[in-house]
Design a protein around this ligand. Sequence first.
Ligand SMILES: Cc1cc2nc3c(=O)[nH]c(=O)nc-3n(C[C@H](O)[C@H](O)[C@H](O)COP(=O)(O)OP(=O)(O)OC[C@H]3O[C@@H](n4cnc5c(N)ncnc54)[C@H](O)[C@@H]3O)c2cc1C
Ligand SMILES: NC(=O)c1ccc[n+]([C@@H]2O[C@H](COP(=O)([O-])OP(=O)(O)OC[C@H]3O[C@@H](n4cnc5c(N)ncnc54)[C@H](O)[C@@H]3O)[C@@H](O)[C@H]2O)c1
Length: 460
Amino acid sequence: MRTETSSGKLDTIVIGWGKGGKTLAGALARAGEKVAIVEQSAQMYGGTCINIGCVPTKALIHDAEQHVEGIPASQKFDNAVQRRDDLTALLRAKNYSMLNDLDSVLVLTGRASFTGPKSIKVRTEEEELELSAARIIINTGAQPAVPQIPGASIGGRVHDSTTIQHAPLPKSLVVVGGGYVGVEFASVFGQFGSKVTVLDRGKRALSKEDADVASEVQSCLEDAGVTILSKAQVTGISQDSSCATVSFEIGGEPRQISADAVLIALGRTPATRELNLEAAGIRSGERGEIMVDEFLATSAEGVYALGDVTGGAQFTYVSLDDHRVLANHLLGDGTRSTKDRVAVPYTIFCTPPLSRVGLSEDQARKQGLSIKTAVKKVAAVAAMPRPKIVGDPRGIIKFVVNAQDDQILGAALMHVDSQEVINLVALAMRQGMAASQLRDQIFTHPSSTEALNEVLGELR
Ligand SMILES: Cc1cc2nc3c(=O)[nH]c(=O)nc-3n(C[C@H](O)[C@H](O)[C@H](O)COP(=O)(O)OP(=O)(O)OC[C@H]3O[C@@H](n4cnc5c(N)ncnc54)[C@H](O)[C@@H]3O)c2cc1C
Ligand SMILES: NC(=O)c1ccc[n+]([C@@H]2O[C@H](COP(=O)([O-])OP(=O)(O)OC[C@H]3O[C@@H](n4cnc5c(N)ncnc54)[C@H](O)[C@@H]3O)[C@@H](O)[C@H]2O)c1
């Protein structure tokens, strides 16, 4: 085992090339530190988002949405896959040089695990290295959850969100789990022409969303040939050379569906199993998540964790915001904390996308708040020609507002461009802007944002 590195004594080791860790590694190096970043796979420089998560899936969604006459579905899919591969390769190379080109950064490709409070070993393809540093930052992300369902292990016709991206276009697909991953892939493959069935154990599709919003999403998925079966308990999966068969129960009644492929999309578990956290005295929770305080410090002095591995909301922009908290703690005045976050939005990139921030109507009523709401189908919003221009006037817009002080409590926007408009609504919420102030803003035309003028005028 080698115990020295060509870079000499290290100030910081970052384990995992996630969004927060890579950004912080660059910032610390530019501030004069000697930094090592350890990534287990050369195919993952840049982390989940650009290689197997946000970017490749959204590229596929974009291409699935394009209506190209005269080419078969399989050709359209193959073209989309090629474009996605070119894009991810480009971003991976850029990410690699962003750190590797810095003199004070040492990039190591291998799997890291702790050997002591401030030391790790790294198994590369050629050798095992021992490294130590005054500070260690864990940014190992999360992995697809493996359910206790007989036959659900990944292989052959049974896929997770990574392997499905490299499978041939299935004529038929069963998706187990109707969360973010399940809905996005159902929408993609449905639009590429697959016959898709989503099995979810919830009482209805997207059961965390208000019924009117969830029903609009379901209807758009149905337009793409997707069937959603709720209250479904999957009991087993089998496969042979011709198909995979998923057995499940709805209301105690046993049922089966066969398909070319099955996608398991039942959440993502913090990637800590192989880190040997005990060696460093780092406490973790039931799902393996690393326990951190609001400054992202773990239970071990000088060891921090950020991103999905901490068990919080699993979004690239949350990992990036974790980096801001930690950078402020290590290089700034230390006042910033994860508790400062308010109105963090999210988007499920089905077609059209559903974007949400704050409370749903159901959640606000459960909290006993006195509210007014505005709900309008996109096709009925006269002052919003943009969706009609781009040829997809489907969707719904909903606002939940405090009846007492006119503060925006939440919004659900399902329409073209909603992934952009939601950021404006979230900003208005963070700045304490009243609903009537947002309603009376000047917006460009023709845009999707201008719907806010009309919809917020209908609060009752
Ligand atoms: C299919 C899919 C689509 C998604 N779409 C979106 C989206 O549209 N928008 C959004 O905001 N979020 C999306 N997400 C979630 C988002 O990708 C994650 O929340 C985000 O990438 C997490 O970043 P991170 O910083 O926690 O670490 P990651 O980016 O997950 O990076 C962790 C890195 O650590 C490496 N690693 C793990 N263990 C070790 C070890 N022992 N040694 C060395 N290296 C190790 C891994 O190989 C990986 O590269 C999506 C996720 C998936 C799976
Ligand atoms: N657009 C985005 O921002 C985006 C896209 C993809 C993934 N992500 C992130 O990745 C994470 C993982 O996504 P995911 O979709 O895998 O997880 P998820 O937690 O969002 O959804 C899992 C779904 O599976 C269902 N389920 C659980 N056990 C089941 C069972 N045994 N049988 C049937 N259904 C069952 C749940 O009801 C839930 O609807 C998300 O939490 C999200 O933060 C984000």
